[in-house]
Design a protein around this ligand. Structure first.
Ligand code: XIL
Length: 318
């Protein structure tokens, strides 16, 4: 898969964590063999990387960046501004507006400059838009207002001028009020000179829940016309809501993966396709939904599923 992706000038990646890379050598071999990009699933999130005001812990992020370098893989940085997985000193903090600005600025600059030159693209702002397209009332909206988005991109650019800076979200993949809101947001940022280079589409989806290919294509196309790069950043396809037999479910899952990748390959600015986890053993979905599932390209033993073969076939034949 990795070699085929290279022929398309495509990054093919997945979310990883040093926890399993250290304990599961089959998984780390699979990761290095099949993918040319990785993204830390949690290692660079605020609660891990900056657990106390004066303390950073880069160890897990560094382990992934080192792994990527050893295996000639690119890294997506995830994530700088998000309201989940934040440490208590931030969520319970009592500060003035000026101090909140300082806190966010210092966090972004410290993390981005620590990894300067080693990150292909950063998710600077994650999940800031509501289903209806308006800005979500996030932690940072509350503290700093909508300007925090522009500020975050500026600070990230100052800390690493070569990393591509992304807005990342879920549910705005097809054509709907949310994707309209995201489009308006990123276009507005560009028009006011804010350094934004791309849009990440998370693509956490399910059988029956995927955006129609024609809508995904139109949405990617309009973002590409703004000169933005597009990444599929966190794809997984849940099986749990379907009552079909397993074979049917796996075939439908393969179709969805194949369709999304096919649209990505057809839009020249779509440069990366990442799943959110290496194998079904490491998927976040069972923990998140409370139900077993198998949303990724490899089963829990690392055996490739129909979705994997569909992707390889598409990459080989296009
Ligand atoms: C998830 C991780 O997979 C979990 O391990 C963690 O407990 C919660 O976050 N959108 C994102 C990701 O941008 O950071 C989230 O990752 C999944 C949804």
């Amino acid at each position: 898969m990795r070699l085929l992706a290279k022929q398309h000038d495509l990054f093919i990646g997945t979310a990883a964590d040093p926890g399993y890379l250290q304990n599961d050598s089959a998984a780390s071999q699979l990761l290095a063999r099949e993918f040319n990009m990785l993204v830390p699933e949690v290692a660079m999130k605020w609660e891990i990387i900056h657990p106390e005001p004066e303390r950073y812990d880069f160890s897990r992020g560094d382990a992934l960046v080192t792994f990527a370098r050893q295996h000639g893989m690119a890294v997506r940085g995830h994530v700088l501004v998000w309201d989940l997985q934040m440490p208590a000193w931030v969520t319970n903090g009592q500060f003035t507006r000026q101090e909140w600005m300082q806190i966010l600025c210092t966090h972004i600059k410290s993390v981005v400059s620590h990894y300067r030159g080693q990150i292909y693209a950063w998710d600077v702002v994650n999940e800031a838009v509501n289903q209806d397209g308006t800005l979500r009332n996030t932690f940072w909206m509350n503290k700093l207002g909508p300007e925090h988005i522009a500020m975050a991109f500026q600070w990230a650019r100052e800390a690493d001028p070569n990393a591509k800076l992304f807005y990342n979200d879920n549910g705005g993949e097809g054509l709907n009020p949310k994707s309209q809101g995201i489009y308006a947001l990123v276009q507005g940022l560009q028009q006011t000179g804010v350094p934004i280079d791309g849009v990440g589409m998370q693509m956490h989806t399910s059988l029956g829940g995927a955006p129609p290919a024609i809508e995904l294509s139109a949405n990617m196309q309009r973002l590409a016309e703004l000169g933005l790069e597009i990444h599929i950043t966190e794809m997984d396809v849940r099986l749990q809501y379907s009552t079909s037999d397993n074979e049917t479910k796996l075939a439908q899952q393969a179709d969805i993966y194949q369709q999304v990748l096919s649209v990505c390959l057809s839009v020249h600015n779509c440069k990366a396709f990442l799943t959110w986890g290496l194998t079904d053993r490491y998927s976040w979905i069972p923990g998140f939904t409370g139900k077993p599932d198998a949303p990724l390209l490899y089963d829990k033993d690392g055996v490739p599923k129909p979705a994997y073969f569909a992707i390889v076939k598409l990459l080989a034949n296009q």
